[in-house]
Each structure stands twice: as C-alpha cells, then as structure tokens.
Design a protein around this ligand. Structure first.
Ligand code: PLP
Length: 414
C-alpha cells in the first residue's frame, strides 16, 4: 500500500489501474478558491486586471518612502499589481509556500531563482536532466559570471554527496527530468544539500503542486513554468517561484526587480483562470497518457516508454513513494526510423500537433534529441525518442491518429 503522500488531504487507497490514489479533493478546492475575496471587490468573483506602470502617491512623504513597500505593495507596475499578487497568493496556497514571485516565463523563473543565490566563485550543482534552456543559462551566462557549474546524474541517489564541493551554494533539480524522465531521490538530495549548507531549487513543472509539493519535502524553492499546466491553454508565457523563507523571497525579488522582469497583467489573469480547472485537467491528462501508453506498448517498433508512473519504469519506486499523480507528458523510445519514415510518421498527423511547449489542452508529438547535451543518461543510438503530450481529446481519436501514423511509417520503411 502506498503511504499517504497526498499533499492536501488524507487519501484513500484508490484506483489500482492508475496505480495512484484518488487525488486531492482539497487540492481542487485550493485551486478553485485561491485568490482575492469577492467582498474586497464589490462582490466580483474574479481578480481585476490592473494595467499599470505609474502608481500615484498621495503626498511627497509617501512618495519618498515608496520603496519601503518594494516587496509587498503596489509601488510601480514592474514590481506587481493586485492582479499579480492575487495569482501569487493562489499559487502560494497550492505550493504551501509563504510567498510566490511571478515572472515573465518559466525560463526567467529558473534563471532568476538560481542566480539569486550565486556569486562569482560559488558552485552550482545541477541535475543533468534539467530543461535545455535552463542548462544553457547555467553553462553560458552563469559560467561567464564566474560561477562553477557541474551536472550530476539524476539517478545518483545517496551518491549525490560526493558531488558537493566546499563552495557549493545551490542545487538545482528537475524531476522527472526533461526528455528522459529520470526521477531524482529528492529527500536524499535535500539531506545532502542541508548538510552542505546549499539552497535547493526544483523545476516542478511536470508534476504541478497538485501531484508533488516540493516545499513540504524540504526543498527551499519550487519553480513552475506556468506556461504549461497552470495556463493550460497554450496562449501565455508565465513562471512562478515559491518559497518558504522571507529571506529567500527578498533575495529572489531583488534579482527579478533589478533585471526588470515581470509578467503582463493579462497573462497573470489567464494563469489564475487556468488554475481553476487545473485539477480536472491534470486528471484527464494522466488518464489519456495511460490510455495512449497502453496502446503504444503493443506496437512492435516501441522499445520502451519513459513515464515514472509505470511499474517497470526505473523511476517508479520514487514516484510511487513521493508523488500523488502523474501528468500527460512522456517519452517513447522506438526503433530508429529513416528520415523518410519519420516524415511519413510526423507530417500527416491530424490531431497531434508538432510543436514545443506542452501542458495545453491539445496533444503534441515531437522528436527529441537528448544526446548532445547530456553527460549521464542517454538514449541507445539504435533508437529514436519522441515526446508525447497527451491532451484532453477523446483518447480513442488520439489512438486512431497514432495508428495511422504507425501505418504510414511502416509503409515508408523498406
Ligand atoms: C517549458 C519548460 C520550461 C520553460 O518555461 P517557459 O515558460 O517556456 O519559459 C522550464 N522547465 C520545464 C520543465 C519546461 O517544460
């Protein structure tokens, strides 16, 4: 029996087919209700969209003291308005955070949060499986600014200890990892980081706080690309950084403010609206992913599925121990296709879209190339890797689309 890892509520043992417990009636409630109170805005349910650069002050004295409100108040458009703060408050509730900072994208959130804790001469220890652009930021910009960066095998477990240096100040995680879906033993990393006095940060976009709440497990900073599941509709760019400590919040807000990073009020509004349906969408994404996987596993070209919610996935024991559910994103390793067969497979899909960014309502299918950057785990050269995002469509229609793609690929294979 799985221990109760539900972030929000006592969970009953559930659906054996999904190998998860029925999730978060309380999580759903938090997602639905987090934000401003109607009685503070004439009874209107949703937060107003404040478009602002200029903010007026009643007296010269108030104007002189405006920066006293830098961290919490509306003092200038760049530092957030009530629209931004309403979204931040809702996310804080979901993450069980004391504070959340909203950024212009998930990429900005990862970069600003990591940079907030690093100076020239410090060492950043990052999981080998972090999102590609995050890795590029670490390897190019941070290194240029004099930060040492090294990458550890996400499957290192306790052996992470040997990766620490005397100047390690921050550890950056992402679990499961981008592209290869490796699960990190987060409690083991947190313990080692605490002993070393390093701050831990995680990009938690895949799980969302409904399926994993990092701050409850000792991680210091939880980051989301809200562009993905928070938004859910593939139409905005936004990020969030949630913390448990006021000092961390101030450090991160300083970093974001000095770089001039902020999210647009419309995008804050839309992300907030997306949160209202996050719970039902996540449940459907997971269910559709499992339906597609069930079908894909029966195709002889498919060698392996990368999705930690599957019992035969190497990350399964950790996922089962720590996570309350899974999302719609997974990897499929299949026997290498010729360019001709790959074109036949990808070019005529009718429902699956060929495009980056996932977490929206629509299903996506893209080829992935994890080899050039990775130092730890890679894909066997005999195989291709594709990344699937199971959207919210009827799974039978998605399977028909896949079936046609496999048929086209077979006909194009000599
Ligand atoms: C997409 C993504 C990001 C980047 O987020 P943007 O909002 O697109 O900048 C970061 N981390 C992960 C895991 C992602 O999938």
């Amino acid at each position: 029996m799985k221990a109760n890892n539900n972030p929000y509520t006592d969970r009953t043992e559930g659906d054996t087919k999904l190998k998860r417990n029925t999730r978060t009636s309380k999580g759903a409630t938090v997602a639905t209700h987090g934000g401003p109170r109607p009685d503070e805005q004439s009874g209107v349910l949703n937060p107003p969209v404040y478009r602002a650069s200029t903010v007026f002050y009643p007296t010269v004295d108030a104007y002189k003291k405006r920066h006293d409100g830098y961290y919490d108040d509306v003092i200038y458009g760049l530092y957030g308005t009530k629209t931004t703060f309403a979204l931040a408050e809702a996310i804080s509730k979901l993450e069980n955070a004391s504070e959340t900072l909203i950024t212009s994208s998930g990429t900005a959130a990862n970069a600003l949060a990591a940079a907030a804790f690093l100076s020239a001469g410090d060492h950043l220890l990052a999981a080998d499986c972090v999102y590609g652009t995050t890795r590029k930021f670490f390897e190019t910009i941070l290194q240029r600014f004099g930060v040492e960066v090294s990458f550890f095998n996400p499957r290192a477990g306790d052996e992470i200890r040997s990766e620490f240096r005397c100047n390690t100040r921050a550890v950056f995680l992402e679990s499961p990892g981008s592209q290869l879906f490796e699960m990190i033993d987060i409690p083991a990393v947190v313990e080692a980081a605490k002993a070393a006095g390093a701050v831990t940060l995680i990009d938690n976009t895949w799980a969302t706080p409904l399926n994993y709440r990092p701050l409850d497990h000792g991680v210091d900073i939880s980051i989301q690309s809200g562009t993905k599941y928070f938004s859910g509709h593939s139409d905005i760019m936004i990020g969030s950084i949630s913390v448990r400590s006021r000092a961390h919040f101030e450090q991160i807000k300083d970093m974001a403010g000095r770089w001039g990073n902020c999210a647009s009020p419309d995008d804050c509004y839309l992300a907030h609206r997306g949160l209202r349906t996050l719970d039902v969408r996540m449940e459907r994404h997971q269910r559709n992913a499992l339906r597609l996987i069930e079908w894909l596993r029966r195709q002889h070209e498919v060698v392996r599925i990368r999705y930690p919610a599957l019992e035969d996935d190497p990350g399964y024991p950790i996922w089962r121990r720590d996570y309350a559910g899974a999302s719609g994103l997974f990897g499929v390793e299949l026997k290498k296709m010729s360019d001709h067969a790959a074109a036949a497979f990808f070019d005529h899909l009718s429902l699956f879209g060929l495009g980056s960014s996932w977490g929206g309502y629509e299903s996506l299918l893209v080829p992935a190339w994890p080899k050039p950057v990775r130092v730890a785990n890679t894909v066997n050269e005999e195989h291709d890797l594709i990344r699937v995002h199971a959207g919210l469509e009827d799974p039978a229609d998605l399977i028909a689309d896949l079936d046609a793609a496999f048929e086209r690929m077979r006909s194009a294979t000599p």
